[in-house]
Design a protein around this ligand. Sequence first.
Ligand SMILES: [Mg+2]
Ligand SMILES: [Zn+2]
Length: 184
Amino acid sequence: MTRTVFLDRDGTLNAEVGFVRSPAQVQVLPGVREALHRLVRADCRLIVVTNQSGIARGLYGEVDLARVHAQLHAELDELPWAYLHCPHHPEGDHGYGGACECRKPGAGLLHQARELLGVPFEGAALIGDSARDLLMARGLPITTIYVHSGKPAPQELATMQAAAFAPDHEAADLPAAVDWLLRR
Ligand SMILES: [Mg+2]
Ligand SMILES: [Zn+2]
């Protein structure tokens, strides 16, 4: 059975460098490409889910984001099956301001995957470097893995603890997360 693995972008696939505005800022983390190959060989479908409030903040546009994702996709051997993003921010503008349901930790991007792409949650996993990545899966039948390869961990772990949420697993980085996932 094909399983879906939802992947955060910055700090999980590529280096966390703040807002990524151009393809030149994409730095895929060590071992990530090989780890994604292992997932695909194990019949996993990969979906990138990413907050891109830089669009609502006017830092870059949808076309810039498409260029960044084209670069990332090439560097990842075109393995991800889909990229879903939230362009909004509550205090943003540029046509993307106000509340939305897709900004993580909201579960909107997961629901988009299910409703628009027909991806079931059952058996799915989610890997991310921030509390809000994992909190988006709260209450859903999705295995959550926290990776230490992005945002400073103490703050993220404290945020999860304050929300009375614990990920199913913690790993150093995406390759280690994949090791664990494929052993299960
Ligand atoms: Mg991240
Ligand atoms: Zn949104």
